[in-house]
Ligand binder design. Structure first.
Ligand code: FES
Length: 193
């Protein structure tokens, strides 16, 4: 009895016959060309794309995968493994609150809940008006000054809800549920501990 044969349609096309990956923006394509021949260049490329574009869009994955001779699933796996990489554009301001052990022990959980109310958006999301994105981050090297955060790429030690509210004061109307500003002694700069 003859063994069953795979139909021609089940045979994967050779790389040369695969459909071309959708085009990326010229800036992303240029970065791909700069990194595609560097050994281990995928992660540096993803960092460069996010630094340049603010995110790594799912639509760009096919071109990246094709350039690095990886599957789309592999590239998607790398992007989703690291919290650092965003798949959507961020808001005009980005607040990243540390969720690693030292900061959790010093109240970053409660601070994150307060930040969600103050900023009007849940963790891992961008407010509907695009004003601010709230993200977790895992250790900023400021463990001795927990809870720590990064606001628009600037490290902030011993962040409190009151200081965050002061920082966010100019970012647009606060949501109705935001707590009233504390009458506290305001630091000279909200970035200072
Ligand atoms: S644990 Fe938060 S800065 Fe290190």
């Amino acid at each position: 009895m003859s063994s069953p044969r795979r139909s021609a349609s089940a045979v994967p096309p050779s790389p040369s016959l695969r459909p071309a990956a959708p085009a990326c923006p010229p800036a992303v394509q240029a970065l791909i060309e700069q990194h595609r021949h560097i050994p281990g260049g995928l992660l540096p490329l993803l960092h460069a794309v996010q630094d340049s574009q603010g995110h790594v869009a799912p639509d760009w994955v096919p071109a990246i995968a094709q350039a690095f001779q990886r599957s789309r699933a592999e590239v998607h796996g790398v992007i989703t493994y690291y919290h650092h990489f965003r798949q959507q554009p961020a808001g005009r301001h980005v607040v990243q609150i540390c969720q690693a052990e030292a900061c959790r022990a010093c109240g970053s959980g409660a601070l994150t809940e307060a930040a969600e109310r103050i900023l009007g958006t849940p963790l891992h999301s961008t407010r509907a008006d695009g004003a601010v994105t709230l993200e977790p981050v895992y250790c900023l090297g400021l463990c001795a000054q927990s809870p720590a955060a990064r606001v628009d790429d600037r490290p902030v030690a011993r962040l409190t809800a009151q200081r965050l509210q002061a920082l966010a004061a100019g970012w647009g109307p606060a949501p109705a549920s935001a707590p009233a500003a504390a009458p506290a002694v305001a630091p000279t700069s909200p970035y200072e501990a």
